[in-house]
Ligand binder design. Structure first.
Ligand code: GUN
Length: 266
């Protein structure tokens, strides 16, 4: 990405990312800091807008409108979750789809459904990159996703489907979760429940990708997968921390570079 940013600048295109954080959720603060640091490392200009938890929805909309117009900003990222008095959907809808580097806007979500898209949501994109770089074939494989969020589960299903996987999405109402997971050649855990997927639920030789980041009472960070038991049966597995997390950030950088090209053309 560093190389690509350099080339981009030689073409006269300067990528810029605006990161908006509302309130003081400690996890969000950590994520936002990592995103800013990644920008710095690869030469992307970034601006942070840290707003108080009392910010009104109208004030936030006003900021987004300003960033939509701002020439040196190619990508806008509003860190989620937002405080309860702010409607996330209204905020996401207000972001110019051409600057929506998270790919949360309905226009971008729709494009992902069609399989013809500019921006891919960062976490599912990171998962796909890990699979690809590890030489794992998706076509024809049983892919089981645990979790149906708009940020991970749903777009992840589409991306695996586009690669010709046979995809199942499990959620809180799924019957026989353990049985379903046991069928999987590729497991993507994205529920936010510490260590709920255990080794006995996983088929010998399966690929296990852990999207969860949960902080236990003793402050330890763990995934949605019980690593020690799953590692014994999986042919490949991602750790937490240090697995999917850094990939999410890398994909955000990729989307920001793409946004810079798109916004130059328009
Ligand atoms: N909160 C948790 N994950 C994400 C993400 O990928 N993007 C944003 N904007 N907020 C998040």
């Amino acid at each position: 990405m560093k190389e690509e940013v350099k080339n981009l600048k030689q073409e006269g295109i300067n990528p810029g990312l605006a990161v908006v954080i509302v309130g003081d959720d400690p996890a969000s603060r950590v994520y936002v800091n990592s995103k800013k640091k990644a920008c710095e490392e690869i030469g992307i200009y970034s601006e942070e807008y840290a707003l108080s938890a009392k910010t009104t929805q109208d004030e936030l909309l006003e900021l987004i409108n300003m960033l939509n117009e701002k020439k040196d900003i190619s990508g806008i990222l509003v860190q989620l979750p937002l405080p309860e008095h702010i409607d996330e959907e209204i905020i996401i809808n207000a972001i110019n789809p051409k600057k929506d580097v998270d790919a949360f806007h309905p226009v971008n979500v729709g494009k992902i459904m069609f399989g013809n898209y500019d921006f891919v949501p960062c976490t599912p994109a990171g998962v796909m990159e890990l699979i690809k770089e590890s030489g794992i074939e998706v076509a024809g494989k049983e892919c089981v996703i645990i979790g149906r969020s708009n940020i991970v589960g749903k777009p992840q299903a589409m991306l695996l489907l586009h690669e010709n996987g046979t995809v199942t999405i499990c959620h809180s109402k799924t019957k026989n979760l353990a049985e379903t997971v046991k069928r999987a050649d590729i497991v993507v855990a994205a529920v936010g429940k510490p260590e709920m997927i255990t080794g006995d639920m996983i088929k010998e030789g399966a690929v296990v990708i852990d999207v969860g980041i949960n902080r236990l009472e003793n402050k330890k960070l763990v995934g949605d997968v019980h690593f020690e038991s799953a590692e014994k049966v999986a042919s490949a597995i991602t750790p937490v921390p240090g697995g999917v997390g850094p990939m999410t950030i890398a994909m955000l950088m990729k989307n920001t570079v793409k946004a810079a090209r798109i916004n130059r053309e328009s």
